[in-house]
Every structure is written in C-alpha cells, then in structure tokens.
Write a protein that binds this ligand. Structure first.
Ligand code: NAP
Ligand code: G4F
Length: 331
C-alpha cells in the first residue's frame, strides 16, 4: 500500500531532498508550507518535483490548530519534522523566536501527533550544534553543551522527542546530523556564502569576501546523503537516535582554499575578516563518530568533501552565468 509522509520545513534544503527521495520511493508526500509574501521564492527548491502525489499545505509550527488539522486529515505513516529557525548566528538576534519555532515547534508537533495520529513514526531534526564544546569525535553518548540560542532550543526539542518515546511509547527518533550542504543550501550559511562569492569574484562582480571565524572546524557532508539517513531511521523496527556525519573535519579556511582553487583563484587575495560575523560564543570543532549508523542502518555518505565543494562552486558559477545572460536579454 502507498505510504503517506508529512514533512515540515519542506521548502528548506533538506525538505526538498527528502521530498524528492520519498516521491521516488512511491510515497504520497504532504509538505507544510508557511505563508510568504512571495510564494515563488519559498518554493524555488521544489520546482522540479511538484506533481499529483506531492501536496503543499499552509501552516506554521507556531500554530497548533494548523498542525492538528493537517495531521488529522493526512493520517501519515511517517512524519519528518524539519521546520526550524536554523541559522545559528541569527539565533543570537532572535533568541525568543528561535526557542518558539525550533524548540516549542517540536513539542507542538508531538502533542498534535499524540492527539490525532499516535501510531505515526516521527523524525526530529536534531543537530550536532547541541554538542557545542564537548570533545570530538561526538557520538550518541557525548554530553550536550549548547553554545547558542539555536543549540539550546534543539537540545530542548531533542529531549522532548526522547521523552515522548519513553512516556507514551510513541515511535519518535532523532537524527543528530552534522553540517550538510548542497547547491540548495541557504545563502547565509558559510559554505554557500563562500561558493557564491567565488562565482561573483571570478566574474568581476565582487572584490572581497568578508567572513568571521576561519578556524572553526566542521564535518561537512552532502544533504542528499543525509535525507537518505532520515528515511532509513524511520524504516527501523525500533525507534533510536543516530549521529549522522562523515567522520572528517575541515576548517572554514580549508573550505575557502578549496573553493577558490576550484575557480583558479588564491583565496588569500580575497578573504577578509569582519568581526561583525563573529558569534558571541562559537563552536570550534565538530566531527562525527557515525559508527552506530554505519553498523545498524548500513548508512554511509556517498559524496566526498572535495566533490561537494566542487559541485557547489560549479553550481553557483552556472547560476550566475544564467542570471547574467537573462539580464543581458532584458536590455
Ligand atoms: P533550512 O533550509 O533553513 O529550512 C528550514 C525550513 O523550516 C524551511 O522550509 C522554513 O520555511 C521552515 N520554517 C521555518 N520557520 C517555520 C515555521 N514557523 N513554521 C513552519 N515552517 C518553518 O534548514 P535545513 O538546512 O533544510 O535543515 C532542516 C532541519 O535540520 C532544521 O531543523 C535544521 O535546524 C536541522 N539541521 C540542519 C543541519 C544542516 O547542516 N543543514 C544540520 C543539523 C540539523 P521557509 O522556506 O519559509 O523559510
Ligand atoms: O555555516 P554556518 O552558519 O553553520 P553552523 O553554525 O555550523 O550551523 C549549521 O550546521 C548545524 C549542524 O552542526 C545546523 F544545526 C544548523 O542549523 C546549521 O545548518 O557556520 C559554520 C562556521 C561557524 O563556526 C561560523 O562562526 O562558520 C563560521 N563562519 C565564519 N564566517 C561563518 C562566517 N558562518 C556564517 N554563517 N557566516 C560567516 O560569514
């Protein structure tokens, strides 16, 4: 029988890869979309996959009645809760909003599920940011030490997900995902900010790239591989939490060097430090120990760090080329 999935955060990077994956597996997919003054901007990642088996429903994770209504109508087999205010830097500026969306949003989803579809399997998008300054490599037993309003909200959501499993016997799981990127990554995250700048600098449209902490090390993988891991977690017979990452760390400086080299440029001529991009407290070193996911799920990342950087640079150069071509046709 055809399975039904409900995805919050469907218009985001991960939501788009996950929707694509589930549609390719024959699912009927329902995605929660929040109201925007410019709908075409919020669905740009979904353009290629809109079809009969994919339905978008207006709602918001700060609005319990909309969650209850949709879940009651859809009666999903699987719920993937990806919606969040997901920008760590911005969370210092909108801390209360972040707690409401990223923290309480999960509680609202779980309460709605418990009320109208308690048998549905639930995936919570937890984050390696929760580990903060805990020593690397981080695994499922590493203590949390959150360093931002975002990470505090995610830790709350994570514990709430575990509690609903223990208290009510619901199938609730958390994927503790390390950073994952793609050509669909939001433009404010450091990887995409770098690859867009490489394209603009190469085209002579930008002089410098201003960044904050170049020493931070992250475990960067490809978002498409991580969507596969989310799905695998909900196919398990028992609900469990898993760390998902590549097991390899690189600094922001390394990312810059590789991305500029990809375009035949020396990063040192273009990257400048701007303290405005430093965070009040940052996370220095995140690298996953994904052995549990490898052993129990058989999950392994497919794309290497070098391939990821090259693909993001290629895609941003191509996007800029198309944009400039369109502009010249308008003249
Ligand atoms: P993203 O691109 O920022 O997408 C976030 C999604 O949440 C968007 O669809 C956004 O809608 C939606 N959203 C925000 N506020 C909402 C609200 N009040 N009600 C309903 N929807 C709302 O994030 P992502 O990179 O795909 O990440 C997906 C999830 O995984 C997030 O929870 C993130 O915190 C978590 N995570 C990400 C990573 C990573 O490296 N990417 C790692 C660990 C965990 P709009 O499109 O309208 O803004
Ligand atoms: O790309 P970032 O903003 O990602 P961050 O903070 O690691 O968070 C991302 O990954 C988390 C998983 O670990 C997710 F949960 C979260 O939702 C998000 O997807 O920053 C990476 C590093 C940081 O140390 C930051 O200080 O890059 C450093 N950085 C240096 N200059 C910068 C910049 N980050 C941004 N965004 N912009 C800069 O100019």
């Amino acid at each position: 029988m055809q399975k039904r999935a409900f995805i919050t955060g469907v218009s985001g990077q991960d939501g788009s890869y996950l929707a694509e994956l589930l549609l390719s597996k024959g699912y009927e997919v329902h995605g929660l979309l929040r109201r925007s003054s410019s709908p075409q901007h919020s669905t740009w990642r979904l353009e290629g996959i809109l079809q009969d088996r994919f339905k978008l429903r207006y709602g918001d994770v700060t609005d319990s009645p909309s969650l209850l209504r949709h879940l009651e109508e859809v009666q999903p087999d699987e719920v993937y809760h990806l919606a969040a205010q997901s920008d760590v830097g911005v969370s210092f500026r909108v801390a209360e909003h972040t707690a409401n969306v990223t923290g309480l949003g999960t509680l609202r989803m779980l309460e709605a599920l418990r009320a109208v579809c308690p048998g549905a399997k639930f995936y919570q998008a937890s984050s390696s940011e929760m580990f903060g300054v805990s020593s690397p490599p981080q695994n499922e037993n590493t203590p949390f030490h959150p360093r931002s309003p975002y990470a505090c909200a995610k830790a709350y959501a994570h514990h709430t997900t575990v509690n609903y499993r223990e208290a009510y016997g619901m199938f609730t799981t958390s994927g503790i995902l390390f950073n994952h990127e793609s050509p669909r990554r939001g433009e404010n995250f450091v990887t995409r900010k770098i690859t867009r700048a490489v394209a603009a600098i190469q085209a002579g449209l930008q002089e410098y790239l201003y960044l904050g902490n170049l020493d931070a090390r992250r475990d960067w993988g490809f978002a498409g591989d991580y969507a596969e891991a989310m799905w695998m977690m909900l196919q398990s017979s028992e609900p469990e939490d898993f760390v998902i990452g590549t097991g390899e760390a690189h600094s922001v400086r390394d990312f810059c060097e590789l991305a500029f080299t990809e375009a035949g440029l020396d990063w040192q001529n273009y990257v400048r430090h701007d303290p405005a991009h430093d965070r009040p407290s940052d996370v220095d070193y995140l690298v996953a120990d994904p052995s549990k996911a490898q052993q129990k799920l058989g999950w392994k990342p497919q794309m290497s760090f070098g391939e990821l950087v090259a693909e993001m640079v290629r895609s941003d150069r191509e996007r800029l080329r198309r944009f400039l071509e369109n502009e010249s046709h308008k003249k």
